[in-house]
Design a protein around this ligand. Sequence first.
Ligand code: BTN
Length: 253
Amino acid sequence: MQRNLAWNIIRVRETGSTNSDLVRLASEGKADEGTVIVAESQTAGRGRQGRVWVSRPGAGLYFSILLKPDAPPAQVATLPLAAGVAVAKALERLLPGRRFSIKWPNDIVADRKKLCGILCEAGEKEGGRYVVAGVGINVNIDVDALPPELTEIATSLKMLSGREFGTSSVLAAVLKSLEEVYRLWLIGGIPAIVSELESRDYLRGRRVEMRLLGTPVSGTACGIAETGALLLRRDDGAIEEIYSGEAHIGSAG
Ligand code: BTN
């Protein structure tokens, strides 16, 4: 029987990184599943692939959630995909009529621009796996307040809808959706939610370039496998199943 997650929300005005804070607590055995740290701003917000996540006060929602899935390691590796589905569904409820895309594995995209990024970090404490899922959503930032290098590639809920959102209501929507998607994923694994991922697949049909164990590969994204892997059709027709990495959209994509 699956129990409901008991959220324990810790709010801070400013921190370095909510992910770093929660990873530290989890690795010390000092936080339970359902612990959430939400910060008004981060001075050292971290993105995937070692990037910086700019986290100014009033611009976005920055939070991390601790999950302790009782699931085999191969399934735990797919939790970042489930997190992306949960956030996309929450944002769709907040902006009725809008459908968000997911750029594999879990960037949330609207109008070809990034709205939300998710950084999942896994660890082990006393034989139990934990995952810290860190979510950064651009909420009330306007285009002229974005750092110049982001104006062409980032968007916000306000830019998409013309209105402001309370960060607490955005957080509540994401937690509710995560609870639902997490339950499905615990019972059925990624096959239970893969259709939600496929129907929002941003990369499908686009030229994609990535590195596999340091080797550059390119091809056309052609869907998501039942396992959650990104399917890439190489130019020689071979289909590659990709389980991790960063997909860059090629010049013809
Ligand atoms: C990405 O797209 O590169 C992932 C960005 C993740 C940013 C969030 S903000 C809250 C949490 N704390 C961090 O330091 N990073 C994540």
